[in-house]
Design a protein around this ligand. Structure first.
Ligand code: NAD
Length: 280
């Protein structure tokens, strides 16, 4: 089974469109998403453009604030503080990476945690790991929705995560624990990655190394979610060798067309959830 992220994301956006219309009639307001882009990073520019496009598609109030790369940190922090106080703004996203002279941690911590649609604020990280209601980082949330497409009940499954970033691997661990999985989290210092992967009923690859996971690293019947987006001479590929692994896995996400489209759909979902929490 190839898990179709493009189709699943389109279905989710349709659901979100209905939710926004409902909120419009019950609250006489629609959730608002403000994205801040600093600098000219080409990949970030594409991501932001897509975020704006899909936010509009589901009916959110969407705004993009663009700053030059030499922006002073305090100008950015002041803008965030202003947005924190603006009731029309339900969600704030500062596109990463930021230029080196801007302190990423300070920026993340300045965003009101109730408007932190990325789920990176320490309050949301803590709430997620404590099992409380919180914004959930968009990519892991998308992965867990795709996993459920392949297997409804994940309880007792052994999940192996490759990569321990704050963006992907760590929050993914929390989501899988919530599903009662046994979780192994691996990283660049893991001794025998192949052996760890072979133990997985589920493999989540979030590394950034093209086609790292080979066919003989995967147990027959495993579910494989490929988060990687790697530019190569032959185009965009994931962290999983799709041709090899698709022959042994029960279900697998392709790259492109797998996790990528889900990330933006989950961002829109998180904006609506922030609005609902603020207005409940
Ligand atoms: P990162 O660089 O922050 O983290 C990579 C992780 O991989 C680290 O924890 C590191 O320890 C681990 N690692 C590195 N080499 C390893 C090795 N040889 N064996 C095992 N582990 C190793 O990366 P990230 O931000 O988590 O992104 C990972 C990948 O996911 C990238 O390709 C990125 O482009 C992609 N990504 C995709 C989406 C999406 O929407 N699909 C979103 C974010 C990131």
């Amino acid at each position: 089974m190839i898990i179709d992220g493009k189709k699943t994301a389109a279905e989710l956006r349709e659901e979100l469109k209905k939710k926004v219309a409902e909120l419009k009639s019950t609250h006489n307001a629609v959730p608002g998403l403000t994205v801040i882009l600093v600098g000219e990073d080409p990949a970030s520019k594409i991501y932001v453009k897509n975020k704006e496009k899909f936010a509009k598609e589901v009916g959110l109030n969407s705004e993009v604030i663009r700053y030059p790369a030499d922006l002073e940190e305090k100008v950015l922090l002041n803008k965030i503080n202003e947005l924190n106080k603006n009731d029309n703004v339900s969600g704030i996203l500062v596109q990463l990476p930021l230029p080196k002279h801007i302190d990423k941690r300070k920026v993340i911590e300045t965003i009101d945690h109730g408007k932190d649609v990325d789920g990176f604020h320490p309050m949301n990280v803590g709430n997620l790991s404590s099992g409380y209601d919180s914004s959930i980082p968009c990519t892991p949330l998308g992965c867990s929705i795709l996993l459920k497409k392949a297997e409804k009940n994940l309880s007792g499954k052994h999940a192996v995560i490759i990569g321990r970033s704050n963006l992907n691997g760590k929050p993914m661990t929390q989501l899988l624990l919530k599903e009662n999985c046994t979780v192994t989290i691996t990283h660049s210092k893991t001794k025998d990655l192949k052996a760890e992967c072979l133990r997985g009923d589920i493999i989540i690859a979030a590394v950034g190394i093209p086609k790292l996971v080979k066919g003989d690293w995967v147990k027959k019947g495993a579910i494989v979610i490929d988060v990687g987006i790697n530019k190569t001479d032959t185009g965009i590929v994931g962290d999983v060798d799709f041709d090899q692994v698709s022959k042994v896995a029960k279900a697998i996400t392709p790259v492109p067309g797998g996790v990528g489209p889900m990330t933006i759909a989950c961002l829109l979902n998180n904006t609506i959830e922030c609005f609902k929490r603020a207005n409940s």
